[in-house]
Design a protein around this ligand. Structure first.
Ligand SMILES: [Zn+2]
Ligand SMILES: [Zn+2]
Length: 155
């Protein structure tokens, strides 16, 4: 079998370089997000996929590990309210999100004005943003159309 481009060992190295212990759980979550098709996943999604891949991990460990990976800058978090967040591999490209509150669809955008303001606001409060993005919530065009179907055009 050909070696994968990133073996679990290199994930462990990266974790240790970031000052983490490099536990099997951290490596599994890191590996998973790094190799997943780009997207935004809930902790439950990530947990389900890891378990489906044959790893043993419980959901609370998944949450804890995700928190550690966000702190270390590997993973970005898209906060969607008190008890719900999405996670994505941090590609180092600052961007924000528009999230449909009906179907959960996520669109990414990057706006230079928001990015500048973000830095200015963080400075004003003496904080530094770490892997956190804006999540603007709304209703996508498809869900809006489903809720208010356009009147059929007269033939
Ligand atoms: Zn929608
Ligand atoms: Zn994103």
């Amino acid at each position: 079998m050909p070696p994968r481009s990133s073996s679990p060992l290199s994930s462990l190295d990266a974790l240790k370089r970031a000052g983490l212990l490099g536990t099997a759980a951290q490596a599994a979550v890191l590996d998973h997000l790094q190799h997943a098709e780009h997207g935004h996943f809930s902790a439950e999604d990530i947990h389900r996929r890891i378990v489906a891949g044959g790893e043993r991990m419980n959901l609370s460990t998944t949450y804890r590990v995700l928190g550690q990976l966000v702190e270390a800058g590997f993973v970005a978090i898209v906060p969607l309210g008190k008890h719900h967040s999405l996670y994505e591999w941090n590609r180092g490209k600052a961007h924000d999100h528009l999230v449909c509150v009906v179907c959960g669809r996520v669109e990414e955008f990057s706006d230079p004005t928001i990015n500048r303001r973000r830095i200015a606001i963080a400075k004003k409060f003496g904080k530094r943003f770490v892997g956190k993005t804006l999540a603007l919530q709304g209703v996508c065009a498809e869900c809006a159309a489903r809720a208010h179907p356009p009147r059929p055009r007269a033939k």
